[in-house]
Each structure stands twice: as C-alpha cells, then as structure tokens.
Design a protein around this ligand. Sequence first.
Ligand code: GLC
Length: 568
Amino acid sequence: MSIVDVAQAPAQHPISEPAPWWRQAAVYQIYPRSFSDANGDGLGDLPGITSKADYLHDLGIDAVWLSPFYPSALADGGYDVADYRNVDPRLGTLTDFDAMLDALHTRGIRVVVDIVPNHTSDQHAWFQEALASGRGSSARERYIFREGSGPDGALPPTDWVAAFGGSSWERVADGQWYLHNFAIEQPDLNWSNPEVRADFLTTLRFWSDRGVDGFRIDVAHMLTKDLTEPLPSQAQLDALPRDGMHPMVDRDDVHEVYAEWRQVFNSYDPPRTAVAEAWVDKARVPLYASPDGLGQAFNFDLLEADFDAGQFETVVRDNLTLAETSGSSSTWVLSNHDVVRHATRYGLPQPARDDSGRPARKHGADWVISGGVTPVLDRPAGERRARAATLFMLGLPGSSYLYQGEELGLHEVAEIPAGDRQDPTFFRSAGTDLGRDGCRVPLPWETGNDGGSAFGFGTGGSHLPQPAWFGDYSVAAQSTDPLSSLELYRSALSLRRTLQTGEHLEWIPTGRSDVLRYRRPNGWEIVTNFGTEPYPVDRDDVALASRALEAGSLPGEATVWFGSHGTD
Ligand code: GLC
C-alpha cells in the first residue's frame, strides 16, 4: 500500500476533493525511550519502533508522532534537545531513522516529529559557545542573558517562576543570568535573533527532505518575548491580559515565525503538516491552527474534562466552532506524555475546579504522591469509562491523538521509587508534584518478566521500573482476548476508516442529560451513556460497543457505534 492510498477518504464514499490526510487522522504518539528497546540497553530506540511496524499497522493508526529522539542529556525526557538534526546515539542513527521511516511509510503510516523551538538543551553547541564566549558576545545573543539584580547582581533579574518550579533564571560562572522557562537545563532561545529563526528553517527542511510528513510544535505559544526593561514582576506578568501583547506568552508576533515556517511546509509536495501545542485562551487557538500558520492546534479540553455528558458536549461544540473559525479540523486528546493516563483519571474522584473551570490541581497528582493509595483507584470503573470515552472521541470529526499504551487500557504507574524518578518536576517541586514518569513507563509487550525481559520491552531491563501488574495489560495478554482494550482499539480504528467521511456532526436529542448521541455523515451514529442507568436504543446495526448491549439497551458508562458501510 502506498502512502497516497491511505490519504483519501475511503473509495466507497467519494467526496469531491480528497481531504488532506491529517484532517481526520488517528495519530499515535510514541515516546521513543519507552516504546521498544532493540539493543537491550534499557532505553527504547528507533530500531525498536521499526521492529513494531507491523503492530502499528495492525492497530490501524494513520500516523505516528514521535516525541523527541534527538541527542539529549534527558533533563526533561528528551525535550532538552542538544542537536536538532541528529539521533541520540542511544536511540540509533540517522540511518536507523530512515529505516524506521521507510518501514512505517511502506505500511501506509505517516510520521510526525517533535520540534522544540522555545529552548535548547544546555548541552547544545550554541549554549556551550554562549557560556564560553562571555558577556556581550553574539553567542549569548542566541539566548536570553541578563545582569542580575541586587548588590553585585547576585539575585535573579526578576522573581519569575519556571514551569517546573524554582526561579526562571540561572546564574553562570561570570555572573550573568540566563532565562529558562522550563528546566535549568533548557535555556530559552532568543527568537528576535534572525540566526535562531534561520536555523529552525534549516531543521524543518532537514527532516522534510528526509521524508517526514509533519511536525508537532512544542510550547508553540512561547517563542517570542518582549523583554523591554524594566522587566515586570511575576505578579505583574500574571495580571497582564493574554491578548497577544503579553510579554511572555501567546504573542501576536509568534505568528510571523509560523508564517515563515508555512512557506517551508508548502514548498513540499504534499505540504508538510504541523500541529501546535499551544496552551492559550480558546479564542486564540485558531491563530495557531490557521492555514497560513501551523495549520492545526491541539485542544486539551477533553483531557481536562470529567467523564461527564455536559462537559463533553460543551467541549465538542466549542472546538468544532473554533475549527470552523480557522478552517482547520479539530484535534482530540485523552492522554499524552504529560498527564495521568485517562484509565486512571476516570477511576479517581473528579478533581476540584478553579474559577475558570479547569482542574485546580493536576488530576491524579495526589494519588501519585500517595503511591497509588489514596484516593482509592477504582480500576474497573476507570477502564470502563476510558473505553467509552475513547469510542466517543474516535467518532468525532477531526484528528484523534492517541498515546502509546492507552490502547492497552494501561493505568498510570504510581509505584515508582524516588530514586528512579526522572521528571524535572519531581526534582523542582519540593514534593508537591511527583511528575510525569508514571505515564512514561516502558510498554509491556509480553505477559512475563522472566530473565529480565522487561515484559518484552527489551533484554536490558527498563529505564523506569514496571510494576508486576503490567503483564496482565501486555499486548500478548490482550491479543488473544476479543473483549480486551487492545482489540477494541483495533476494531474501532479499522471501522473508523470505513465509516469516516465528511467532517460534519449532528447532535441527536436523547431525552437524558447523561447520554450523548451524535450522527456523522453516512449513517454512523455514536451514543455514549455517561450515567449508570441503561439507555434503550432504537437501532440494531451495532458496529462496535465498549460494553455489550443488553436487551436493546446501552449499559451505563458505555459507548455504542451504529452504522454499516453504505448506510445513509
Ligand atoms: C511540552 C512537552 C513537555 C515538556 C515541555 C518543555 O509541554 O509536552 O513534555 O516538558 O514542553 O519542553
């Protein structure tokens, strides 16, 4: 099968213009260091991904998005990039990358790579040069260096707090300070510097020339900054409106950068795609998703919603409207490498919410701190709701982004000893947040862990410890079970390819506030019962269900798909 074949809407349902592949893709996120380890060093690698190309094909996804695989000292799980145009030697070589790309393309799977433009690693040649070159050098102009405050400049220039905790400034040997909005090892780049801009264009061309199909843009809303003196305090920053003129986030001028990137994307045939990770006010998302910019943007609203009909409906309505504004398609996400897995979130009590309606604290963080003890996790309920939510999501118009392991119904791993933790959040937050390691534990492929096979991950153990219960969730355990999560995902993704046509959605009244029903073109209908009372349904052409229907009723906490190929 050629890559072009899978780009089109199914041939049986022709539409006038073939839609670009990304508009309604199922994109599977691979966190390469935790996917599959071919060389037995305990870290997943690119040959490991290649060895699972058939698994990915059989899963039925349209594309993979690879979290960073570049050389990195791993201060932030690879999001501290030391060289944007190479492969971490522990993960392979550029030749291995080409082989992986070829293996995936041959199977009709597109490849999206992660670009991290807000900051480099402190190991990047540019930052090392900046340290060596000293004050006022052009090397320092690629980053954001300032003199300190207080006597002898011994205090940070401002009281700004980094995303992972602690000051946003770090002092270097000659007394200057550099800005890092994330970990200390992630110095922010200076996007006012034309050399920085030019270098990222080179990187985009480098991977596009190799054949990658698109890019996921890390913290896309933070590149450009207005650092006119005097610099504001953190309280002042917090109080400023996020209207495009905020000194630090979501500035209008960041779109000048993306307009330039778009020229690069469009110089390829087919044009390369991009999706923005942009944590911005809803109304500003379309700027990132614009066809003149990155083209698509994540919305994390489903990921922050409770398993609740009202919340899910609002999220879908809002985001479909936003997608209309930009002309892009919407994205949907339930899990990724930064949050507690959704099977676990849905098995925990619903989080308290702040005035804006967002979870006041990261959902599941307290459960992780307790080592997975309190509040009590209701595993079956979490898994039941996760299955229902996933089928709800996969029915929606737009692209669904899946995170490795969610197809196994995997739970977050809470039982990671402090000595094994890797996330900078753990080291910088003084115990208030143990971080994101629990969703990054290497995948279980086999049921057994004999002889250090790391449940089939690799012969060299696993860089984050896997719990004993992983075997029950392994690919091998589930592949033989028609009721398993893995088989549900496989069936859903395969059916989705045949049922999915236009991007339209029509809500159908259900008479119940805890049941949502929507219809897609071609007679495809999705009904989700968020409550516990069975919901009688009036169709019998069940295509797939997260729980078996009983006497014509959809059980509680379940989703059913109706439809068959060719209905109208
Ligand atoms: C993004 C990534 C996250 C990373 C951060 C800094 O939010 O998803 O994993 O830590 O950016 O690069």
